[in-house]
Ligand binder design. Structure first.
Ligand code: PLP
Length: 260
């Protein structure tokens, strides 16, 4: 006899592929599986990279991505949408159009730079993010350098100054603090409607690849389960911290979060 379990919430992931297995769409799939969600992975860009850095990016065809999403949308419910690396301004424009056509919370990891330093978004892509995607978002999850860039501020700008600017563009921003050099990492959520929140965690010693992807995917999965935005952020930060605590170093570069 076949058991028909209630289906897991579907999370549409529009992200890049990282063949080292640390970041991108693999991070999304692993995270969502661990949180009892079903990833719908649509790849926006291929990358050539190892655990040190990204060597090359091959953006995918925006029309192909639109075609994939249209089929999925007609076939099954989409509980939330999670965006990662988009790869080109043309793809970002296509993704903005796709997001307008789906009535689901939108979680954006604004991927601007690889951990190894390679830029992953040009100024045109940054403009589309700011003008077309941030206004449609439910939450964006930048680290401080990404928040400064998105807010159009310099590298000295404080977390508060970034949040103030970003809340003019988007309803909620979770700014992660791993790039500071403080003893503890402070992660701060600023929102228009759900108050402001701050969570501290112990700083872990490694340099990790795919931590931002893990965080954004876990928030998307928890929101798909019906959890409120502040609780989803808190639980996603806890889950991500555990994945980093259990990380391993399969190559000679950054450590990879263990998500399952
Ligand atoms: N997505 C892809 C495909 C990437 O290659 C990268 C970084 O190299 C990221 C996302 C962002 O990774 P992280 O979570 O380490 O910021």
């Amino acid at each position: 006899m076949i058991n028909h379990y209630p289906h897991r919430p579907g999370v549409l992931c529009l992200s890049g592929h990282d063949p080292s297995g640390g970041a991108g769409i693999q991070a999304d799939i692993e995270t969502l599986a661990a949180l009892n969600c079903h990833a719908l992975p649509v790849i926006t860009a291929l990358t050539c990279q190892d655990t040190h850095n990204v060597a090359a990016v091959l953006p995918q065809d925006p029309a192909w991505v639109a075609r994939c999403v249209a089929l999925l949308q007609a076939d099954q419910p989409i509980a939330t949408i999670k965006l990662g690396m988009l790869g080109s301004a043309a793809m970002a424009l296509q993704v903005a159009e796709i997001a307008q056509g789906i009535n689901a919370p939108l979680i954006i990891d604004p991927v601007l730079r690889a951990g190894g330093g390679t830029p992953l978004a040009d100024s045109e892509l940054l403009s589309v993010l700011r003008e077309q995607l941030l206004p449609r978002a439910t939450l964006i999850t930048p680290n401080l350098p990404e928040a400064q860039k998105l807010a159009g501020l310099d590298e000295q700008a404080s977390v508060q100054a970034c949040a103030e600017q970003l809340l003019k563009l988007t309803p909620a921003v979770l700014i992660t603090g791993a790039h500071d050099d403080t003893v503890n990492v402070t992660n701060r959520l600023f929102t228009r409607h759900d108050g402001n929140h701050s969570w501290d965690c112990a700083r872990l010693p490694g340099s990790y690849h795919g931590s931002g992807c893990t965080l954004a995917a876990s928030v998307a999965g928890l929101i798909a389960q019906g959890i409120s935005l502040p609780s989803a952020c808190q639980q996603a930060l806890d889950y991500t911290w555990q994945c980093l605590l259990n990380a391993d170093q399969p190559g000679s570069g950054q450590w990879l979060p263990r998500r399952i």
